[in-house]
Design a protein around this ligand. Structure first.
Ligand SMILES: [Zn+2]
Length: 138
């Protein structure tokens, strides 16, 4: 699924996107190719492979939509339950949309860490933290 997301974003969808800054209200608005291959298929494969019941599927879809809204709201909310541990915080996804480089994982950051596709984000964060530290010294 991670490789599929990388393919959809770099080959199919990225040239078509004009909006760079994330908006929660627009997070469900996608190109039909991205919607099918990058949003619907990856979200539904797990529940169908696991054979979960309809109520569990509803809870999963509800959590997924909340995570999507959180990732696209434009804020790194400190109380967000979606920014801890292995979950991909909003800042990473914000960078993904704003710069168009790496950080492909939408729910987890695991595959970005394994594949090294978050190196641009990590470099960006390091430079930003260095600038903030220098600004505090002045
Ligand atoms: Zn997104």
């Amino acid at each position: 699924m991670f490789a599929l997301c990388v393919f959809v974003h770099t080959v199919c969808v990225w040239p078509l996107l004009t909006l760079l800054a994330p908006l929660a209200v627009a997070s469900e608005y996608t190109h039909p190719v991205e919607s099918c291959l990058g949003n619907i298929l990856p979200v539904l494969v797990g529940p169908f492979v696991a054979g979960c019941n309809f109520a569990t599927l509803q809870v999963w879809l509800w959590l997924r939509m909340l995570k999507t809204a959180d990732a696209h709201c434009g804020y790194a909310l400190p109380f967000s339950p979606f920014g801890f541990g292995p979950l991909n915080e909003a800042r990473r996804h914000d960078f993904h949309h704003e710069k168009g480089v790496g950080s492909f994982g939408s729910f987890f950051k695991f595959w970005d860490q394994v594949c090294g596709t978050d190196s641009a984000y990590l470099s960006f964060r390091k430079k930003k933290e260095e600038k903030e530290a220098e600004r505090k010294r002045i």
